[in-house]
Design a protein around this ligand. Sequence first.
Ligand SMILES: C=C(O[C@@H]1C=C(C(=O)O)C=C[C@H]1O)C(=O)O
Length: 104
Amino acid sequence: MQAGQEGLAGLRAVIDRIDRDIVALLAERVRCLEQVIAVKARDSLPAAIPERIEGVVANVRAEAEAAGMPPDLAEVLWRRLIDWSIAYEDRYLGGAENPLSMRS
Ligand SMILES: C=C(O[C@@H]1C=C(C(=O)O)C=C[C@H]1O)C(=O)O
């Protein structure tokens, strides 16, 4: 079926389902980040590690290209996500209790 034949409501339902899947994956990423915080706290590592940041951006640009998505969109989204992640890490590396220890 052509995309337009489903009508706007059908297309929006597809978008809502995709958004749900993305949120579930991002939640998994945040839980992984909480384990990163624990490792960095133990090993006295900083929240922001520039080589890794550039590596992540290069990875998602390549994945986007392969998946037929504009690499510039992937870079914008991931730089924002990484900025948020670094601020999240900094909050706990700066002394607040790691949310991981509050989950159990
Ligand atoms: C998760 C890390 O911390 C930061 C956050 C990153 C991310 O959200 O992908 C990547 C680089 C980091 O400096 C890491 O160092 O691996």
